[in-house]
Design a protein around this ligand. Structure first.
Ligand SMILES: [Zn+2]
Ligand SMILES: [Zn+2]
Length: 336
């Protein structure tokens, strides 16, 4: 099979490897039909995340089950599935207190195990979900949407909330749509790309600006940072109204610090939430996608084959490329 390999940071090859086979009774082998490039993959490409090299990325994906272990009960060959990358042990103290996203024996497909930027990938049955009739390129959004659902649940969106979102790439847009689905009624966004601002306006946001500093202080029930830029935390503290909530959603560069004015957090009685991956949110995510309560199909800007992986990373990093989600089709050479 063909597989993307990040040999070491910033060195990518596409190689022919032996396809994996099911060896464990609880595993399924999935023929990967759609695999999205995530901001986390950009960090992995640069050597700024977890895991070691060489490695095969790809943790947002869907496909067809082609082989099952003898103890697999929910799937047979031919089943269409979306796969959650995070594999918890379900037997450590953290898992047993329902915080599986911090499992002490955590593994993840496309981070610590071979990922889905390949024609085939192995996964335990427990992280595979029935995609029904959902098209593969939409089902591949199950993982990012599940993270967004976890974030929205963490910050506690309420009916009628007035929400500011900083950064409207694919994740910012998913946060807006999911918060709207939860009952938030008004959205303001700050984003540097004119193209993305226009897309946010088409999505019905009330106010869209390039300049986060121009937004009024003390106005928003909830402020969500989807950029991970450390300086945005100071802006979030300024924008939140007294009694407001802040959600740190974007991944900040490891080791970077931010300064805020603790007096403002105190005087306004702010609550600051962070959201790390997801926790049993895959079924909710698939349901939101299948019902189109959260629309995802219009977020795909590039559709390419495996050999386009590195170009896709560069497109995400190049503001002029206007990339949103870059979707890889490992078993479709007709893709660009
Ligand atoms: Zn991701
Ligand atoms: Zn565990």
């Amino acid at each position: 099979m063909r597989s993307v390999i990040i040999e070491k940071p910033e060195t990518v090859t596409v190689r022919d490897l032996d396809a994996p086979r099911v060896t464990r009774a609880d595993e399924v082998l999935v023929k990967v039909m759609a695999s999205g490039i995530c901001g986390t993959d950009v960090h992995i490409y640069h050597g700024e995340y977890l895991g070691s090299y060489p490695m095969t990325p790809g943790h947002e994906f869907s496909g067809v089950v082609v082989e099952v272990g003898e103890k697999v009960t929910r799937f047979a060959p031919g089943a269409r599935v979306a796969v959650e990358p995070n594999i918890s042990c379900d037997n450590c103290a953290t898992c047993l207190s329902n915080r599986q996203n911090f499992c002490e024996n955590w593994q993840a497909i496309g981070v610590t195990r071979p990922g889905a930027m390949a024609q085939y990938v192995l996964a335990p049955e427990k992280v595979a979900f029935d995609a029904g009739e959902v098209p593969f390129d939409r089902a591949a959004f199950m993982e990012p949407v599940s993270c967004v659902v976890h974030g929205i649940e963490s910050v506690g969106i309420r009916l009628g909330d007035n929400v500011a979102v900083i950064g409207t790439g694919p994740i910012g847009m998913l946060l807006i749509r999911t918060a709207r689905s939860w009952g938030a009624s008004r959205f303001t966004v700050a984003e540097l790309s004119d193209e993305r601002l226009a897309a946010a306006r088409r999505d019905g946001v009330a106010e869209a600006t390039r300049d986060v500093a121009s937004l009024p202080a003390d106005r928003f029930d909830v402020v969500i940072d989807a950029t991970g830029a450390p300086a945005m935390l100071l802006q979030a503290v300024r924008l939140a109204r007294p009694g407001g909530r802040i959600l740190m959603f974007g991944v900040s560069p490891k080791g970077k610090t931010a300064s805020i004015e603790p007096f403002q957090v105190f005087r306004k009685g702010l609550s600051i939430f962070a959201s790390y991956t997801s926790r049993r949110n895959s079924l909710q995510a698939l349901s939101l996608i299948a019902s189109e309560r959260v629309r995802v199909d219009d977020l795909v800007s590039h559709r390419v084959s495996l050999s386009g992986f590195e170009k896709g990373i560069h497109a995400i990093e190049d503001r002029n490329a206007n990339a949103m989600k870059v979707m890889i089709f490992p078993n479709d050479d007709a893709a660009g």
